[in-house]
Design a protein around this ligand. Structure first.
Ligand code: NAP
Length: 296
């Protein structure tokens, strides 16, 4: 039976350390880190995500500024709001909750965020910095996965890793970060032949599943003693729980019998994502404080 990679507990420890660091930062600079959250429309899941990000800000001692816009907001109005937040020195991080309504061009909105405030790490230049291993904001879910491995003493050097999913917010940056951490990485996607996917998973020391399909990876494929990072968050219903429950992309019970370490869903990667967002926001405020200090 595997050990649980308890992202929830680690995220709490990280947030406690950030709370202390924030107190020291505010005391020494008089600056309170501030995250601006931008929510367009009334998607219930997005509302829950934004609420929990703002609650974390409050718990750590950050300010948060919430901009709730109607679903018929125009591209011009949203770009103008981002411009105003970019120009506001009291705002250190800007988070635009995705997905945006279909009529909006999300790429252009993300492009409009000032690089220094791109705490989600989705800006193309942040992604470029990540790819080239240069300083910048690393997107929060991939950063959370790497921190979970690091804090658990699971060094990817020389390990065979498979990443399933190549989205810009999870799979692709995770594959890059694991490559930078000297794993040998196979990146699978929807056009990967099932037999190749199975062979890659069966041979992998580290499996990262970011597909969005419940139980997509059969537990029987998991190599004995390997590390399983399940990023998927899928709501499934059954007669006993008509409101549904959250499950990951990996068949948890059979995988847990084989893996050495495994993340639960919920309570694995999800809480780490928010902890990394908070960490990036404090970093943005610290960098802003340094760049606004007059040099002698
Ligand atoms: P996404 O943008 O929909 O990407 C899904 C990826 O899975 C795509 O690259 C797709 O391949 C690949 N895929 C789809 N079907 C496949 C198949 N049959 N075989 C192999 N690969 C396949 O999703 P995402 O945003 O990356 O999110 C993935 C999951 O992670 C979702 O459940 C989401 O809710 C969850 N998530 C969790 C967190 C967290 O904090 N825990 C954060 C973000 C996302 P193609 O590129 O070929 O289409």
């Amino acid at each position: 039976m595997s050990a649980l990679l308890d992202g929830k507990a680690l995220a709490e420890r990280i947030k406690a350390a950030l709370t202390e660091e924030t107190q020291e930062f505010v005391a020494s600079t008089g600056i309170q880190p501030c995250l601006a959250t931008v929510l367009v429309g009334e998607d219930p899941a997005s509302e829950v995500y934004v609420r929990s990000k703002r609650a974390s800000c409050a718990a750590i001692g950050f300010a948060s500024r919430h901009c709730a816009l109607p679903s018929d907001t125009t591209q011009e109005a949203l770009v103008a709001l981002i411009g105003a937040l970019n120009a506001d020195p009291a705002v250190h991080g800007i988070l635009v909750q995705l997905p945006l309504p279909r009529h909006l061009d999300a790429d252009a909105i993300i492009d409009a965020i000032a690089l220094a405030k791109d705490v989600d790490g989705f800006h193309p230049r942040s992604m470029g910095n990540l790819a080239l291993k240069k300083a910048g904001f690393v997107s929060c879910t991939p950063a959370g996965i790497m921190r979970l491995l690091e804090e658990s003493g699971l060094d990817p050097v020389g390990k065979r890793a498979v990443v399933i999913g190549r989205s810009a917010i999870v799979g692709l940056p995770v594959a890059l970060l694991l490559t930078h951490a000297h794993a040998t990485v196979t990146l699978c996607h929807s056009l990967t032949a099932r037999a190749d996917l199975e062979a890659a998973v069966r041979g992998a020391d580290i499996v990262v599943a970011a597909v969005g399909v419940p139980g997509f990876v059969p537990g029987a494929w998991i190599k004995e003693g390997s590390v399983v990072i399940d990023v998927g968050i899928n709501r499934v219903t059954d007669p006993e729980r008509p409101k549904g429950r959250l499950v990951g992309d990996v068949e948890f019970e059979p995988a847990a019998l084989r893996a050495g370490w495994i993340t639960p869903v919920p309570g694995g990667v999800g809480p780490m994502t928010i902890a990394m967002l908070m960490s990036n926001t404090l970093l943005a405020a610290q960098r802003a404080a340094v760049s606004s200090t007059p040099s002698r």
